[in-house]
Ligand binder design. Sequence first.
Ligand code: AR6
Length: 166
Amino acid sequence: MKLEIWQGDITKLQVDAIVNAANKSLLGGAGVDGAIHRAAGPELLAECRGLGGCETGEAKITKGYRLPAKYVIHTVGPIYTGSHSDPLLLGTCYRNSLRVAAEHGLHSVAFPAISTGAYGYPFEDASKVAFAEVRKWLREHADYDMRVIMVAYSDSDYAFYQKLLG
Ligand code: AR6
């Protein structure tokens, strides 16, 4: 199966890349961003300083340093406003992250639930956008060997992912 779900701390995953739900500075923060920087070590912040930040919806790649994952793909989700641009920007995060992964020849990518913490995007709405976008990308790149792992942190988030996976 190309689309999988998993519950737990994304920093524990031994995959080609984990995605970071970062902010525009790319200089770290709380939530999954903080966990990734803590687990990767200070070398990650040093590399991020050279990236010059990141726009909402864009994605930039670094090495994984002390993480079990080889790379980190940093993307910046939208701060939830309730407007029609929220799902468009959130979808772009998933699409650009997968594009960057494929451009680097990666074959397994794990995503946290981008924007659903500090950025306030309602989890169920965000998850529907995320699954639809990832499924679309996998369909459109059916000839490329890519495994996508959607990571849920809490029990209730994981239960909803199970529903979406069907
Ligand atoms: N593994 C997997 N998922 C996690 C982990 C973890 N270790 N920790 C939290 N989550 P958030 P955002 C889930 O707030 O909403 C940062 O300060 C969490 O339960 O990390 O995109 C950045 O620097 C939630 O479902 O990211 C930005 O300033 C999801 O990850 C801002 O927060 C995303 O929550 C980005 O906000």
